[in-house]
Design a protein around this ligand. Structure first.
Ligand SMILES: Cc1ncc(COP(=O)(O)O)c(C=O)c1O
Length: 395
């Protein structure tokens, strides 16, 4: 279909209806997505965009990966849903596969429906396991928009949006060993950290910081929580950021997941060690939809697709390729992050670069740092596709 044939007509009417019947809380790009495949989406106007934002860090397996789509369809034909009041083969298989990919000593999963909910449950488990209330989190981290998660979010305006905040949340400085020694104490139930701070502008801490963080939590008996809603499920070039090289092998007591976990079907999870899981009794946690069969089929197929298509290896190759190809682009000041969670730092404002890329039909993301453009592409993105970005940035 040529672009000229279907001008702005269909999009205008789609936009008009959404704007009329939805609360105006989202800043949207000026098109409607009709179809997706791999790293590409097609709009109602017949245009094609390269999606280096991965449907908001969700579509790690690419848009509508055939293995995932097939698994969801097959499960829908069997049974759409039953809650945790019954056993389910697909739930057991998804949990087993997820726990098997996790670093020791994480041994059990609790399923929920989103990132913020995973973090709420993680903080609750930390309180239950320690009998304490205080939660420490870091300047620049983002943990979600429900009450406890937004109270742990010391980033820009977010915490204020969540007022009145949940009490007993205290801020520490990301990357500062002095700060963690000062703030994490015998009253601390849990410490939650976004190990690469994506929304803050892809900010990283050195491996020694994670070693000190683990040691301090052990010293005072606090549970350490990694919010891997963005870093998890292969994005940084390992199944989990926990236990990987950039953390010097540090594994927390709880890892939280969402976004990529279901390739687009809403699902969240907490992975916990025995110390935490043994503190949880019947009915301490729960959610109607968590562990539903469609979500579990999506989780299992997502993990299989990542494994079968060697996407974790590809995520590492993406970083190497972009670091090399962008090294001589004059406007690029630096590359931040790991694997397929990358920040490109510019001399000028990233929002201008974002708009320029959008005009050239490339979707990227901005961040809270005005100079950092974020890339969160599907883990299957190819060098040829990345080169379209490189050419656009050079041009
Ligand atoms: C690191 C991190 N944690 C938590 C969340 C919240 O996840 P959700 O929007 O699924 O509630 C997000 C969402 O962007 C996130 O990036």
């Amino acid at each position: 279909m040529s672009n000229a044939a279907v001008t702005s007509g269909p999009f205008d009417s789609i936009k008009r209806i959404e704007d009329e019947f939805q609360v105006a809380t989202y800043k949207k790009m000026p098109f409607s997505v009709e179809r997706g495949q791999g790293c590409w989406v097609w709009t109602s106007n017949g245009e094609k965009y390269l999606d280096l934002y991965g449907g908001h860090a969700v579509c790690a397996t690419g848009h509508s990966h055939p293995h995932v789509v097939k698994a969801i369809k097959a499960q829908a034909d069997r049974v759409l849903f039953y809650s945790n009041l019954v056993y389910s083969d697909i739930r057991g298989r998804a949990a087993e596969k997820l726990v098997s990919a996790a670093p020791e000593p994480l041994t059990k999963a609790f399923f929920c429906n989103s990132g913020t909910e995973a973090n709420e449950n993680a903080m609750r488990m930390a309180r239950m396991a320690t009998g304490r209330h205080k939660i420490v989190s870091f300047s620049g981290g983002f943990h979600g928009r429900t009450a406890d998660s937004i109270s742990a979010t010391f980033l820009g305006k977010y915490r204020k949006i969540g007022e009145p905040n949940v009490p007993h949340h205290v801020e520490a400085e990301f990357g500062s060993v002095e700060s963690i020694r000062e703030v994490i104490d015998q009253e601390t139930a849990g410490v939650i950290i976004e190990p690469i701070q994506s929304m803050a502008g892809v900010k990283e801490a050195p491996p020694e910081f994670f070693t000190e963080l683990r040691a301090r939590c052990d010293e005072v008996g606090a549970a350490l929580i990694f919010d891997e809603v963005q870093t998890g499920i292969g994005r940084t070039g390992a199944w989990f950021f926990a236990g990987s090289e950039p953390t010097a092998g540090v594994v927390p007591n709880i890892v939280t997941l969402a976004k990529a976990l279901g390739s687009g079907v809403p699902v969240g999870a907490c992975l916990v060690d025995d110390k935490v899981s043994s503190a949880i009794k019947e009915n301490d946690l729960g959610t109607t939809f968590g562990g539903g069969m469609i979500a579990m089929a999506a989780v299992l197929a997502t993990l299989e697709a990542i494994e079968n298509d060697k996407m974790i290896e590809n995520a590492r190759a993406v970083e190497t390729h972009l670091r090399s190809e962008l090294s001589d682009v004059s406007t690029v000041k630096g590359i931040l992050g790991k694997g397929c969670l990358l920040g490109i730092e510019f001399e000028t404002t990233a929002s201008e670069v974002f708009s320029g890329l959008l005009e050239r039909k490339v979707i990227a993301g901005t961040s809270s740092d005005p100079k950092v453009l974020r890339l969160l592409p599907p883990l299957c993105v190819s060098k040829e596709e990345l080169n379209l970005l490189v050419e656009a940035l050079k041009g």
